[in-house]
Design a binder for this molecule. Structure first.
Ligand code: 13P
Ligand code: ZN
Ligand code: NA
Length: 283
C-alpha cells in the first residue's frame, strides 16, 4: 500500500490538478492526513524531512502508515522531503520508502546533476520515484535554513539541462515561494514557471506553499505545478489550538482531550488544501 509518486503526479499533470504533500511527524498527524484524504477521495503524499524520520523512526512511520492504509484501503506515498545523503536515502528505501527528493539545490549545477543522477539510478532500481530541485527556497524547513541567496530563482535552461541529464520523475522549482510564513504576500514569478513548464515535460513541484494565497496556488497549478508542499500551516493549526487549550485549561493532562482538538484544527487545514489543489475525488 506504500507506492511511489510517479503515477499520481503524472495523472495530476495530465488532468490539471496537484497532489498535496503534507509534512507529518507522528501518529496524530498521519491519522489526520489519511483520514481526510479518505473522506475526500484524494491522492496524498506524506512527507518527512530527515529530522522527522530521526524523531519518529523510519520503521515506525512506515508501520503506522501501512496499518492505516490497509484499514482504509488506501494507496499512500511516503516521501523523503529535502534529503541529500545517498546512503541515508538508500537505507530508507530498504526500509520501504518509495518516493524520494534529492535536494542538491545548494550545489552548483554540475554537482547537483551528478548527485541527482547517482541517486536517481539507485532509486529507480528499487522502483522509487525521484524529485530533484534547482534554484533555492529561502526560509527554514527543519534543519534546512537558507537566509539570503543572490539569485535564488530557477533558470529555465538549467532546469531543462537537469531533467535531460538525470532521468528524474519530478522537479522542484524556485519561483519566489519560501519555506515558512511570509512577511508580506509573496510575489510569484509566473512567467518563469511557464517557461520552465514549456521546456520540461515532467511534473513540477511547488515548495513553501504555506502562506501563499489559494488563488496564487491555483494559478501555479494551472501553469504546470503538479505537487504542492505544505508543512508550516499544519504545524501552526495544531500548535495554536494546543496553546489556547492549555491557556483555558491549564490543569488538563489527557492527551486524548487536547490532541483531539488539535487534530480537528489540522484536519480543517488539510481539507482546505486538498480543495485548493483540486485533488478531491481523483481516486
Ligand atoms: P511550508 O512550510 O512553507 O509549507 O513549506 C513546505 C515545504 O516546502 C516542504 O518541503
Ligand atoms: Zn520544501
Ligand atoms: Na511558505
Amino acid at each position: 500500500h506504500i507506492i511511489n509518486s510517479s503515477y499520481l503526479l503524472n495523472h495530476a499533470r495530465k488532468f490539471g490538478y496537484a497532489v498535496p504533500a503534507f509534512n507529518i511527524h507522528n501518529l496524530e498527524t498521519i491519522q489526520v492526513v489519511l483520514t481526510i484524504a479518505k473522506e475526500l477521495e484524494s491522492p496524498v503524499i506524506l512527507a518527512g524531512t530527515p529530522g522527522t524520520y530521526s524523531y519518529a523512526g523510519v520503521q515506525q512511520i512506515i508501520a503506522i502508515v501501512e496499518s492505516m492504509a490497509a484499514e482504509n484501503n488506501q494507496q499512500v506515498v511516503v516521501h523523503l522531503d529535502h534529503h541529500h545523503d545517498f546512503d541515508d536515502i538508500h537505507n530508507k528505501i530498504r526500509a520501504g520508502i518509495r518516493s524520494a527528493m534529492i535536494d542538491g539545490s545548494a550545489m552548483p549545477l554540475k554537482e547537483n546533476i551528478a548527485i541527482t543522477r547517482k541517486v536517481t539510478e539507485l532509486c529507480h532500481y528499487y522502483g522509487c520515484s525521484v524529485e530533484a530541485e534547482i534554484g533555492q527556497l529561502v526560509g527554514q524547513e527543519d534543519d534546512l535554513i537558507i537566509d539570503d541567496v543572490a539569485d535564488p530563482y530557477t533558470h529555465p535552461e538549467d532546469a531543462r539541462l537537469l531533467v535531460e541529464q538525470t532521468n528524474i520523475d519530478s522537479l522542484a522549482v524556485a519561483i519566489g515561494s519560501a519555506h515558512g510564513l511570509y512577511k508580506s504576500t509573496p510575489k510569484l514569478d509566473y512567467e518563469r514557471l511557464q517557461k520552465i513548464a514549456k521546456l520540461v515535460d515532467i511534473p513540477l513541484v511547488l515548495h513553501g506553499a504555506s502562506g501563499i494565497p489559494d488563488s496564487d496556488v491555483k494559478k501555479c497549478i494551472e501553469l504546470g505545478i503538479s505537487k504542492v508542499n505544505v508543512a508550516t500551516d499544519l504545524k501552526l493549526s495544531f500548535a495554536e489550538t494546543l496553546k489556547s487549550f492549555f491557556l483555558e485549561k491549564p490543569g488538563s493532562t489527557d492527551p486524548r482531550e487536547y490532541n483531539q482538538l488539535a487534530k480537528a484544527a489540522m484536519a480543517d487545514v488539510v481539507r482546505h488544501k486538498i480543495m485548493t489543489c483540486g485533488s478531491a475525488g481523483r481516486i
